[in-house]
Design a protein around this ligand. Structure first.
Ligand code: AMP
Length: 511
């Protein structure tokens, strides 16, 4: 099936063509005609499936064929993180190249004044994170009563991050007569319940996850004593003729130590973790993206959400604490059909974590040997890599020549996946969910025919902005003790492309 067959306008088709898309993805093929018909959608799809275009493209055509009332926003896209919101805004800009539609990107961490001014000028679409949207609403900057298309994206992540009360409140501020498009990568019972409350007779569309990086990335592990990891990494970087790579550490302090060590050995590298100031993080990312820095040493917070194309290699300096982070890490390479290579340094202390990763992959990662590296006995570890400070297995090491395989190891112990607690939203009385009018409405009935009463209620008096970062803390942030980077900051290149001219200095980036 072609894009032409989906019922999109010529203007949108031109923009799609400019984007280089030839065929619609399965979610686009199934969702676009349904959205154009005005029907609710319950999409079970994750990032990488083309789901953003599946709701943005038909939304553009619906908006282009209608008219704004008093320049009020007519559509609202809710995203759990600033990065995702900025990414959607970027897409929106691209797809509206031939249409006269505009949007406001309402995310925390950016100056409210700019967002207020954009709203004052009048916009067709709001692309927002829940906290900032409610802040602006409460300050009286937004009228949501003409928002007739609502997109709730990444609903399961919203749930993880404690945003559901905010979402319920926001939904209560929208007209009942609206079209709702609800997307989630997974459909646990809590999400299903929410979908039942928000949607009316939705078309359910489920698409397979994109090809797992496990299929497109050649994965290897190197068993090495903890104290030899840096040397092993340097050997690998040289041996692999690395063009560019992301090197993941489990801890922020190890990022700094490794950057110093690599720099001392004349490798071109930079660190990225949550303790760095935002302008410095953005500048580092830009340099890596532009090829000015070849090696990016990062904590897990950098692993998610960032679209950095053409990363040739990923090195796991440590086995990740959460097995699922392994997939996110190696997914930084081997993107868009390109091949990638991932190497994981494994010390005996990592035994249990490695077991969890391999159990999740359903395969054993192929082991390779490095020349002149002391061999280690995996059975000597305690099966828990938390004990970094204690004695290593080096005592039993013996030199192993190039190509010489290590002795067979003991069977991997029963894996234990370490899961850090999910941060809960603080219990603020004013943030409690308004009674869900959608729930009262019942299911499968007629279309909404009245405004939700809350839409007419006067905005609350101004108050201090919400602390979005508190609620954006992610499991990996909590786990390694670093504060969120990934979900709270927008990489400079997203912002630069979507809403602002390319800043000339760090100062302007942070403004
Ligand atoms: P998404 O799942 O919306 O995050 O999209 C994942 C990536 O796929 C983005 O980089 C899109 O630009 C790209 N993409 C979306 N639709 C198509 C398509 N029909 N053909 C090729 N690439 C696409």
């Amino acid at each position: 099936m072609t894009f032409e067959a989906l019922g999109l306008s010529d203007e949108v088709l031109r923009a799609v063509n400019d984007s280089g898309y030839t065929d619609p993805t399965p979610i686009q093929r199934d969702a676009i005609p349904v959205v154009l018909m005005g029907r609710d959608v319950l999409g079970c799809a994750q990032t990488g499936t083309g789901k953003t275009a599946s709701f943005t493209l038909p939304m553009i055509d619906i908006l282009a064929s209608g008219q704004a009332k008093a320049r009020m926003p007519r559509s609202l896209i809710l995203e759990p993180t600033r990065e995702l919101a900025a990414q959607v805004a970027d897409n929106f800009t691209k797809y509206t190249a031939y249409q006269n539609l505009n949007f406001a990107l309402l995310i925390g961490g950016e100056r409210m004044g700019d967002q207020q001014r954009a709203l004052d000028r009048g916009v067709d679409v709001l692309i927002a994170t829940p906290g900032r949207l409610l802040d602006l609403y409460e300050r009286g900057n937004i009228l949501l009563s003409d928002c007739k298309i609502l997109v709730i994206d990444e609903a399961d992540r919203m749930l993880d991050m404690g945003f559901i009360p905010d979402i319920e409140r926001i939904v209560g501020l929208l007209p009942r007569m609206r079209q709702t498009l609800f997307f989630s990568a997974t459909m646990p019972p809590a999400i299903r319940k929410l979908a039942d409350a928000f949607l009316i007779n939705p078309k359910e569309i489920t698409v397979a996850p994109p090809a797992s990086p496990a299929a497109t990335v050649a994965q290897h592990k190197v068993v090495v004593a903890e104290r030899d990891k840096r040397e092993a990494l340097r050997t690998l970087i040289k041996q692999e003729e690395v063009t560019n790579a992301i090197i993941f550490c489990n801890r922020k302090r190890d990022v700094d130590i490794l950057v110093k060590s690599l720099t001392r050995h004349k490798f071109d590298c930079a660190g990225l973790h949550g303790d760095m100031a935002q302008p410095a993080r953005m500048a580092t990312l830009e340099k890596f993206r532009d090829g000015e820095v070849r090696l990016l040493v990062a904590s897990d917070v950098a692993a998610r959400g960032l679209d950095i194309p053409r990363v040739g290699h990923v090195f796991n300096f440590d086995v990740p604490v959460n097995a699922e982070d392994y997939i996110h890490r190696i997914g930084r390479t081997g993107r868009a059909g390109r091949s990638g290579r991932a190497f994981t340094l494994v010390s005996p202390d990592d035994n249990r974590l490695l077991g969890a990763v391999e159990a999740m992959l359903g395969q054993t990662i192929e082991e390779i040997d490095l020349p002149n590296m002391a061999s280690v006995d995996m059975s000597e570890g305690e099966g828990d890599s938390h004990g970094r400070g204690r004695g290593r297995s080096g005592g039993a090491s013996k030199p192993r020549g190039r190509g010489e395989r290590s002795a067979p190891r003991e069977a991997t112990p029963e894996p234990e996946v370490v899961t850090a607690p999910t941060e809960q939203a603080p219990a603020e009385p004013e943030r409690q969910a308004a009674p869900s009018r959608q729930r009262e409405r019942g299911r499968g009935g007629s279309r909404r025919s009245e405004q939700a009463p809350a839409a007419s209620s006067a905005p609350a008096s101004p108050r201090a902005p919400r602390e979005e970062p508190q609620r954006h803390g992610r499991r990996d942030d909590v786990r390694d003790g670093s504060l969120g980077f990934g979900d709270n900051e927008v990489p400079a290149f997203f912002l630069q492309r979507s809403i602002a001219p390319r800043p000339s200095s760090e100062a302007s980036e942070s403004a």
